[in-house]
Design a protein around this ligand. Structure first.
Ligand code: HEC
Ligand code: HEC
Ligand code: HEC
Length: 422
């Protein structure tokens, strides 16, 4: 009896799954011959700008791999998803995709052959890209070097490796874009909104995720990605170190604000791409961010932080460790601090934040050096124990920034060391 019920249940499930697969199947779009000639230079230049603002290369390039050839593993709570090859290689890339197939992928999250794409690809944001931007990015990608490369197989937990289930997810979270978008970019503020909400998909890290992997509402209340806290973007002008619009522009374009600190972890590649786009675009993003602040735009430039009390810092065990390992760069008189008007650590959200995560990540993993960057910090994962990281955190947080120490920093260090090995 039990067996028969189980068999019936399995049969019912199989029928349901088959029905679902049929219902959620999108039509394939026929392959086309690759375009014979490259698009006009103006279109390619526009496409390069769109692709930089949309971070396409960041996700579609594996560490040390060829640009746009895919294969970067994105860790999600449901397993690892690998980005695909979007070079114009006819066999393994998008060389035989028509502009229509490309547009459908960005608007609806459907691949050329009809299979549904995982939302690790931020199509819930690219769905609102303008037609002109989609077209320009298509031609730009088609003009790149074709690379023959196939990403590794995804490693997802059951039943999420069954793509038709994504149809339900799309019903909940996909609001397909409409064609009226360009009209809404008439003012710098509208342009900024488009760049932050749509192309820049800033919410995919700064909003946090719910249990189904959807973005939390209201947006920009802060999230966690790859073990890093992505701070709320609606509270930049409140708090101990308020941001001004000009400081945001420096940070977003150069990866370093002289008043706050450097972009680190997953934010760093975002700023590297933004370094190459026209300044007016970053100005527009910063203006839009200022317009969504809970506390309203910052009225005056940020006030100087209270100087650390020597007495307070004197008896903290982390002080000597800091002098030995960190002061060579971070002491007020260190050579690094005198160029470019660098901020003291006490103004960084990695030190002022509610949680120690970004402090610990920065100390363990450092800030990798990039060509042309003014910012480099060595990783300390191999030289400092978790207890030492916690001592340093207590010294910097209490002794330098005058705040209550974080609890359990050593445990956090042990966890993050294990979860994000480099
Ligand atoms: C946050 C990471 C991320 C960003 C940013 C991103 N992609 Fe992707 N993209 C992915 C992943 C992951 C996939 C594969 C999804 C899957 O296999 O289900 C993908 C798939 C695609 C596909 C479908 C390819 C195929 O063979 O089915 C296209 C086209 C694409 N991306 C284009 C773009 C463009 C253009 C941009 C920039 C505007 C972009 N992507 C930005 C992660 C990203
Ligand atoms: C070789 C120089 C160097 C050393 C040594 C060094 N750092 Fe850094 N650190 C940097 C640079 C560069 C930055 C980026 C900020 C900047 O450029 O002003 C940074 C940033 C940071 C930040 C984040 C501040 C921000 O920009 O948001 C923290 C926290 C930090 N360091 C802690 C430490 C600690 C703790 C030590 C000692 C274990 C240490 N650093 C050693 C160079 C160094
Ligand atoms: C891949 C994930 C990711 C994306 C996409 C992303 N961010 Fe971030 N962002 C982070 C993380 C993580 C931090 C914290 C890193 C640090 O403090 O160095 C951060 C820090 C910031 C900060 C500094 C906040 C503070 O209080 O110190 C600003 C401003 C910011 N991001 C704006 C943006 C904007 C605007 C976009 C869209 C163009 C964006 N971010 C896209 C992950 C991301």
């Amino acid at each position: 009896m039990r067996l028969r019920i189980t068999a019936a249940a399995v049969a019912a499930l199989a029928v349901a799954a088959a029905g679902l697969a049929l219902w959620t199947r999108a039509e394939p779009i026929a392959p086309v011959d690759p375009p014979a000639a490259a698009a006009a230079p103006a279109v390619l230049a526009a496409g390069a700008r769109v692709v930089a603002l949309g971070d396409c290369m960041v996700c579609h390039t594996a560490r040390g791999g060829a640009a746009y050839a895919g294969g970067l593993g994105l860790d999600t709570p449901f397993g690892t998803i690998y980005s695909t090859n979007i070079t114009p290689d006819p066999e393994t890339g998008i060389g035989r995709w028509s502009a229509q197939a490309f547009r459908r992928a960005l608007r609806e999250g459907v691949s050329r052959d009809g299979h549904l794409l995982y939302p690790a690809f931020p199509y819930i944001h690219t769905t609102r890209m303008s037609d002109a931007d989609i077209e320009a990015s298509y031609h730009y990608l088609m003009s790149r070097e074709p690379v023959r490369a196939t990403p590794p197989d995804n490693a997802l937990v059951l039943p999420l490796n069954f793509r038709p289930l994504l149809a339900f997810w799309n019903m909940l979270y996909l609001r397909p874009g409409d064609a009226g978008i360009p009209a809404r970019q008439a003012t710098p503020l509208e342009r900024g909104r488009y760049l932050v909400d749509t192309l820049g998909h800033c919410a995919s890290c700064h909003s946090g995720m719910n249990l189904l992997g959807g973005e939390r509402h209201p947006p920009f209340q802060g999230g966690n990605i790859d073990g890093w806290d992505a701070p709320a973007l609606t509270r930049l002008t409140g708090g101990a170190a308020p941001w001004t619009q000009a400081e945001l522009v420096d940070y977003l374009r150069g990866g370093l604000s002289g008043a706050h600190g450097a972009a680190k972890g997953p934010m760093r590649p975002v700023t590297e791409r933004l370094a190459g786009v026209p300044r007016e675009d970053v100005d527009a993003m910063a203006a839009y961010l200022m317009s969504i602040q809970d506390a309203g735009p910052a009225a005056a430039p940020a006030a100087a932080p209270t100087p650390p009390s020597a007495d307070l810092s004197a008896d903290l065990p982390g002080r000597r460790l800091f002098a030995a390992a960190c002061a060579g760069c971070h002491a007020p008189a260190a050579p690094m601090m005198r160029v470019d008007g660098r901020p003291g650590l006490a103004r960084s959200s990695a030190v002022l934040g509610e949680r120690p995560d970004n402090f610990v990540q920065t100390v363990l993993h450092g800030i990798p050096w990039e060509t042309g960057s003014k910012v480099y910090m060595p990783p300390f994962a191999d030289t400092l124990s978790d207890a030492q990281v916690a001592e340093l955190a207590a010294y910097v947080r209490t002794g330098l920034a005058g705040r209550a120490a974080w609890p359990d920093t050593a445990t956090k260090s042990a966890t993050l060391r294990k979860e994000t090995p480099q």
